[in-house]
Write a new protein. Structure first.
Length: 266
């Protein structure tokens, strides 16, 4: 066995930035992802998520949970490594962020996000207990497709749930960035309806259709399976599906491993 070890970072710094719009903030993240220097952590909450406070989950409910109406979008930049490396990347990235219209908010918003980043998922149980429905979905696309994808999925979720009688709150953030694209992570909150699972199904289907139509991938890091199978088959296309079936036939000729999960049964 070979084990690869990496040293613990000597320095960790997280900071907050504000952009006037999600589009402006996304353009700034693209600049850093493609031209550098890339922070260790780089994410951007849209206007709704910033206002509600999910950009800083442990601040929800406090007076500083959001920045008030018209506050724009909260970005988090985090740096980990040696003191010299962190200082260099932080200074260089700050110049890019300011040049793209960003306003520096200091370390407090970033440190608060780092401290409370795992708090938000635990809110779902509390919301369910009081009759609210909360669900998430995510996707990814090339940078050129991100604005269209963002608008299309928001519209699909809002329309589907509004028509079902439960107008939703739809929030989104960019959670991962790459040279060629980024992921979009959506959080949806609405009233439950009589059957929460059945209530969510049409909205999930509408989001899946919007994702494929806008050039996104059906899943980024949540994985694929029965919930995504129909759209994954369409996304992969006939050649991609046949290649996967060939691998399946070679490695699992008896069809014992998760039959019908990734692809429909033959």
């Amino acid at each position: 066995m070979t084990v690869r070890l990496r040293p613990l970072p000597q320095t960790r710094v997280y900071e907050g930035w504000r952009f006037a719009s999600f589009e402006e903030g996304a353009a700034a993240l693209r600049r850093l992802a493609q031209d550098g220097p890339r922070p260790t952590v780089l994410r951007l909450s849209d206007e709704t998520e910033t206002l509600i406070g999910l950009a800083q989950p442990d601040a929800i409910g406090s007076p500083d949970a959001g920045d008030g109406p018209g506050a724009g979008c909260r970005a988090i930049a985090g740096y980990e490594g040696t003191a010299e490396d962190v200082a260099h990347r932080r200074e260089s990235a700050a110049a890019v962020l300011r040049g793209c219209g960003g306003t520096y908010l200091g370390e407090e918003p970033g440190e608060r996000w780092a401290h409370g980043r795992y708090s938000a998922p635990y809110l779902r149980d509390a919301l369910l207990d009081v009759g609210a429905f909360a669900e998430t979905l995510e996707t990814a696309a090339f940078w050129s497709r991100v604005p269209e994808l963002y608008a299309a999925v928001r519209a699909a979720l809002t329309t589907a749930l509004t028509e079902a009688g439960t107008p939703p709150l739809v929030m989104c953030h960019i959670s991962h960035v790459y040279e060629n694209g980024a992921s979009l992570y959506f959080t949806v909150v609405s009233a439950q309806g009589e059957d929460p699972v059945a209530h969510w199904a049409p909205a999930k289907r509408a989001a899946g259709e919007a994702i494929l139509a806008a050039g996104g991938t059906i899943s980024h890091h949540h994985g694929v399976g029965t919930d995504h199978r129909e759209w994954y088959v369409r996304e992969a296309g006939p050649l991609g599906v046949e290649a996967l079936r060939a691998v399946k036939r070679r490695l699992d000729p008896a069809g014992l491993l998760n039959p019908g999960v990734l692809l429909p049964r033959d």
